[in-house]
Design a protein around this ligand. Structure first.
Ligand SMILES: Nc1ncnc2c1ncn2[C@@H]1O[C@H](COP(=O)(O)OP(=O)(O)O)[C@@H](O)[C@H]1O
Ligand SMILES: [Mg+2]
Length: 306
């Protein structure tokens, strides 16, 4: 396997000979071959030439403008790529002809692009909801604006209530600049923790949700991907699907989604995690009502799927 075949960091690939920008990590896809594969070049720094050697019909040699040999381009991308909705081209490039340069993007999600920037030497996280071409422009703008201001509003409210969430440093129509929480996604490390640590973390998660619900916030996407563990302390992020509500039904649904996500990602420890989350959740005055409703919701859903 070549160096860049199973390499998925965000950044740009440059010619290892002349340094010209060639491909963007965004166009890189899993082709199932031994070589790094791209859907399209990112700039006009590439030339192609038909290749008739070894009976290679319809195949072209790819070269950087400086003449450096990069690899071949095939038109079989559609069949060999798993995420390959467009052109069907596969630029099959030799790792040794590329240099990789990381950019500051940490995630290009369906909703937003997240990147790390530095302000006064301090890391900050910028979450920006970019244009979605498949939506009608006016509606798209409205949705992005609403979700951004909704998320910013909930984060500020959480901070005012002393909840462990990133502080907002700046926000505008489509962009939130917030404190960067250095740590690890709980999802990635939870399963490796000792029984005791799992107990403590779970009960902390429960007591954070108790406080969240007590001050009228519904998170809307409680999963361990939206929790960061820093020095034994849990932080909640991603309030993009959240809302203001004190309704028992909304609170129970919040917990129901968390239960389902833990069941799928931390199944091995499900019982001890859930038992301790509920223990922590007792910090919420109306916890009994919420748990009762949660049981009803579970029954309803089970009935539907059985
Ligand atoms: N304030 C933050 N500090 C550190 N990492 C963050 C922060 N916000 C988001 N991230 C990272 O970016 C990822 C995606 O952010 P998130 O807000 O959950 O967006 P999405 O709506 O795409 O799920 C998170 O899983 C986390 O790894
Ligand atoms: Mg998220």
């Amino acid at each position: 396997m070549e160096k860049f075949t199973e390499f998925w960091e965000s950044g740009i690939y440059k010619c290892s000979k002349c340094g010209a920008k060639l491909f963007d990590s965004e166009s890189k896809f899993k082709s199932g071959t031994m070589w790094p594969s791209f859907r399209k070049p990112s700039a006009k720094n590439i030339e192609t030439k038909e290749d008739h050697s070894f009976g290679m019909v319809g195949t072209e040699i790819v070269r950087a403008k400086c003449g450096h040999h990069l690899g071949h381009v095939f038109d079989d991308g559609k069949v060999c790529g798993d995420k390959h909705p467009e052109a069907g081209m596969r630029f099959c490039v030799l790792s040794e002809s590329l240099n990789f340069e990381k950019d500051n993007i940490i995630q290009r999600g369906a909703e937003a692009v997240l990147c790390i920037e530095k302000i006064d030497g301090k890391k900050v996280l910028v979450k920006e909801r970019g244009e979605k071409k498949y939506r009608v422009a006016e509606l798209d703008k409205k949705l992005r604006k609403e979700r951004t201001s909704g998320e910013a509003g909930l984060l500020s409210k959480a901070v005012r209530n002393n909840l462990p969430v990133p502080r907002i440093l700046d926000s505008s129509d489509f962009k939130i600049v917030m404190e960067y929480i250095e740590g690890e996604k709980l999802k990635d490390v939870f399963n490796q923790k000792s029984k005791n640590e799992i107990k403590n973390i779970s009960s902390e998660v429960g007591s954070i949700i108790a406080k969240l619900h007590a001050c009228g916030i519904i998170h809307g996407d409680l999963t361990t991907s939206n929790m960061i563990l820093r020095k034994e302390k849990i932080y909640l992020i991603d309030f993009g699907l959240g809302k203001n509500s004190l309704k028992i039904e909304d609170q129970a649904t919040d917990l129901y989604l968390l239960y389902e996500s833990i069941k799928s990602t931390h199944f091995k420890h499900l019982d001890i995690i859930w038992e301790n989350i509920l223990e922590g959740y007792k910090g919420y005055q109306r916890h009994k009502e919420v748990i009762k409703r949660l049981e009803e919701i579970s029954k309803r859903r089970r009935y539907k799927t059985d």
